[in-house]
Ligand binder design. Structure first.
Ligand SMILES: [Zn+2]
Length: 60
């Protein structure tokens, strides 16, 4: 999954990186998010996703 990496954005001006170690979380407002690690710099990444992108999620 591609996600925004603020570390790479600052260093190289590239903000889209492949995210590894992806973990899906549900926020208090019921929306889904994905958290992971940047495959390039190893920094933390965070991205809002739709329920359809979450494996196994119910279409609530
Ligand atoms: Zn990065």
């Amino acid at each position: 999954m591609q996600a925004l990496c603020t570390t790479c954005q600052k260093r190289e001006g590239v903000n889209r990186r492949e995210m590894t170690n992806v973990q899906y979380v549900v926020m208090k407002n019921g929306r889904h998010a994905a958290r992971g690690t940047c495959g390039v710099c190893g920094g933390g990444m965070y991205r809002i996703v739709s329920a359809a992108e979450v494996p196994g999620a119910s279409q609530a």
